[in-house]
Every structure is written in C-alpha cells, then in structure tokens.
Design a protein around this ligand. Structure first.
Ligand code: GRF
Length: 204
C-alpha cells in the first residue's frame, strides 16, 4: 500500500503514522507533502528517508484554489498512492481534488463528528460543556468534515480542562487511532462502498 501524507506544520500525526507503518510489512509511506512554509514535520520526515515536498500556495501571485489543487494533485499522483492521508492538513480542498481521490482520501478531525466540525474544536467542546470529546477518522467528501466515519476515539473532558490540556489528551488518542485505521485500510478491512458508506470485511 503506497501512502502519501499531507501535513501543514508540526506533523505529529504524520510521525505516528510513519512509526506505525515501519512495523507493517505492506505499507510504504512514499512521500510527505506540506502546503505551508512552517513545516517542521517535513524535516523529521526527511530524517526518516522519506521524500518530502513543500508546495506553498501562492496567494500573492494570484494562484487560484483550483490551480493550486491541480498542481498538488499532479505532485501527489507522481507517487501513485493507494491512500492519501490528511494529517493536520489545514487547507480546504476543492471538490475536484476530493473527487479525484474518492475512496482513497482520509482525514483525522479532532472532535467526535458530527459534533464540532471546522476550526477550534476544543474550544467548541468546552463552550458546549460536553463531558466526552475525542477524534474521528473519516473518508473525505466535498462537504467539510462530513465524510463517512471510519473510527472514533473518546476522551473525558475534565472540569479544569483548558483548550491546551484537552487538545493534548485528544492528540494522544489521535496518535493511536490514525495508525490503527491505516492498518485496517492497508489490510482491506475497511473500504468506501459504492453507496458512499464505510464497508467492513469483518467486524473491527
Ligand atoms: C491535530 O489535532 C489534527 O487533528 C488537527 O490539527 C492537529 C495537527 O497536529 N486538525 P499535527 O500536525 O498532526 O501535530
């Protein structure tokens, strides 16, 4: 299974995926791409011998979203990926891009979807006063954060939580959940069925 990972910055989810993939015999992380200038994660990926690319969106140069996404798509497709994993990738992708990778494009979102789509999910959870929060791994469809959910992990919200403490608790779960889902995807245990629902070859 050839995997391309897209990141925006720190890349701790990407690191968790790379570490886990090194223990799987059928998974090859072939490249890590970032759209952002500040991408500490890329330097780490290089130390692991993984190809990296920094493809920065040229807003000043008048590049349109469609043009950027086409370019990104061309760069990704050179690696002929079976899976494209968004790991803390903070750019909204065009419908064309999403459709091109339909069934191969997966994202991790730091909330128990469908609660708290979009940004600032931990603040949203604190504001709502929920007692349970978490993360979701889902197939990407054009509607933002609304794709079919593959797996979720929950954490408690404690009465003295701040955005930082809550985010850190969720992030620990992200680092466990995403590698697990990668394993299922690579083994073909999970797939997107023709009705657009998550199919399972056996109970997880
Ligand atoms: C993660 O919480 C991810 O779910 C979110 O942004 C954070 C990125 O962290 N959307 P990292 O770059 O994987 O360290």
């Amino acid at each position: 299974t050839r995997v391309v990972i897209l990141i925006s910055g720190r890349g701790s989810n990407m690191q968790a995926l790379v570490r886990a993939a090194s223990q799987m015999n059928n998974v090859n992380i072939v490249a890590v791409l970032s759209h952002s200038l500040n991408s500490d994660g890329l330097a780490w990926a290089r130390t692991q011998g993984i190809e990296t690319e920094q493809l920065v969106y040229d807003a000043a140069g008048g590049q349109t979203r469609a043009q950027y996404d086409q370019l990104l798509c061309q760069h990704i497709d050179r690696y002929q990926p079976d899976l494209v994993l968004l790991a803390g990738f903070m750019r909204i992708l065009s419908d064309e891009f999403v459709q091109h990778y339909s069934g191969r494009l997966v994202n991790i979102h730091p909330s128990l979807l469908p609660l708290f789509p979009g940004m600032h999910t931990h603040q949203q959870a604190l504001d709502a006063g929920v007692r349970v929060h978490g993360c979701s791994v889902h197939y990407v469809i054009p509607a933002l954060d609304q794709g079919p959910i593959i797996a979720q992990a929950a954490v408690p919200v404690l009465s003295d939580d701040t955005v930082q403490t809550l985010a850190a608790r969720v992030l620990q779960m992200e680092h466990k959940l995403y590698p697990k889902v990668l394993e299922w995807l690579a083994q073909g245990q999970v797939f997107l069925d023709p009705q657009g629902k998550v199919g399972l070859t056996q109970p997880l």
